[in-house]
Write a protein that binds this ligand. Sequence first.
Ligand SMILES: NC(=O)c1ccc[n+]([C@@H]2O[C@H](COP(=O)([O-])OP(=O)(O)OC[C@H]3O[C@@H](n4cnc5c(N)ncnc54)[C@H](OP(=O)(O)O)[C@@H]3O)[C@@H](O)[C@H]2O)c1
Ligand SMILES: [Zn+2]
Length: 395
Amino acid sequence: MDNSPIVAHPDAEANKSQENAINTSTLGYSQSSEVGTDFDARMMQRCLELARRALGCTSPNPMVGAVIVKDGKIIGEGFHPKAGEPHAEVFALREAGENARGATIYVSLEPCNHYGRTPPCSEAVIKAGLAKVVVGMVDPNPLVAGGGIAKLRSGGIEVIVGVEEAACQKLNEGFIHRILHRRPLGILKYAMTLDGKIATTTGHSAWVTSRDSRNAVYQVRVASDAVVIGGNTVRKDNPYLTSHDQSARNPLRVVMSRTLDLPVEAHLWQTEEAPTLVLTSTGANPDFQASLRRRGVEVIEMDLLTPDKAMAYFYERGFCNVLWECGGTLAASAIKAGAVQKVLAFIAPKIIGGSVAPTPVGDLGLDTMTEALSLERVEMRFVGTDCLIEGYLPL
Ligand SMILES: NC(=O)c1ccc[n+]([C@@H]2O[C@H](COP(=O)([O-])OP(=O)(O)OC[C@H]3O[C@@H](n4cnc5c(N)ncnc54)[C@H](OP(=O)(O)O)[C@@H]3O)[C@@H](O)[C@H]2O)c1
Ligand SMILES: [Zn+2]
C-alpha cells in the first residue's frame, strides 16, 4: 500500500495521478505528513482541536473540524457536534458568510458528497465560492473515497489532500475501523504491576497504578462509546467505570455475565450518573433481570454470549470505540474472538508477587513463544510514575 502523502496540482495530468493515489492511499496510517506549508499544518491542527470538542459524542459519525482562512486570518470555524447535526463545514461556512468567497477551507476529513439530512458539503463549498480546500484525510469508505475531492476539483477548486494526515487518522481510528470492518475498534486496557499482576491473590486491585494513570484512563473512557467488564470484575471490584471529574460525558457501562450471579447492590446499578447495560445469556436469573430493569439498567439476553456477538451488537448500535476493561478471563476470550485491535498497558513500577494472582490475559491456547501476538506501531511513554505501552494487534 502506498502511504505517500498526496499533493494536488491544478493541472489535469497531476490530477489524474492523484486520483489513483487517493484510491490506494491513506488508510495504512502514514507516519508523517509533509504535505502543505507550516501554516497549513497549524490550521489543520486547529481543525483537530475543534473536532475534539465533540470527543465521544459523534458515533457512528467521525469527529471533524473545519476552519476558513482569508488573507491569513481565520474567518469561520466549526465542528461536527453529533450525528444528525450539520457537518463541520456548514458551521464554518455560516460563520464566514459572504466573506468565504475566494477563501481557503481546511477540513480534517474529505468533504462529503452524498445527500443525507443535508445537501453534500462539497456542493456547499462550491456554492460559497471558496478558492481552495485543504483536506486532512480522504473518506475511509473505499466506495466513496475521493468522491468529494473529485467533485470539488470538477467545480474548479484547488484541493490539497493529506495535511496532518496521520493525526487526522488517529483521531478517527475507531470510525475508520468501523467503516472498513463493520465492527467498532476494540481497545483492551489494563493496569499491571511490574511482575505482571492485575490484582493480588485475594483479588484486591485498588490501586495498581498512579492517580495520573487513572486520570488518563478516565480520559480514554470519555472517548469511548462503551466500556466492558466481566461479571467477576463487578463481584471483586465494584467499579464505577465513569470518567469521574475528567468530563461530564460517560460511556455506556457494559457488564457481560452469563450466570447473572451478580451483587444486588453495585455502583453500576446506579444509573443516574451514567447508563449501564448488562449482556447476559437467554433465560439467566429472570428475577435479577427484572430488578436491574426496575433500577434503570438495560438488560439484553443473547443465545450465546461471546465477545464477538457483543461487538456485532455494538456495531448495530452505532459504536466506533469499545474499551475492554475486564480481567484476564474475558480479555482472553475477547482477543481470541478478534474483538481487540488496540492495547493500552499501564505498567506500575511495583512488585506484588503471588503465583496465582490474576494476570491481564488468560489462556490463549498458545504453547510456544514464537506464537506470541506481537504488537505493531508500538509507542511508550511515562504517565506519572507508570509506563504506558500502546500498540495494535495485527489484523
Ligand atoms: N488491573 C486491571 O486493569 C484490572 C481490570 C479488570 C479487572 N481486574 C481484576 O481482575 C480480577 C477479575 O478477573 P477475571 O478474569 O475473573 O474477570 P473478568 O474477565 O472481568 O470476568 C470474567 C467473567 O466474565 C463473564 N463472561 C461473560 N461472557 C464471557 C465470555 N465469553 N468469556 C469469558 N467470560 C465471560 C463471566 O461472568 P459470570 O461469571 O458472571 O457469568 C466470567 O466469569 C479481579 O480481581 C479484578 O480486580 C483488574
Ligand atoms: Zn458534509
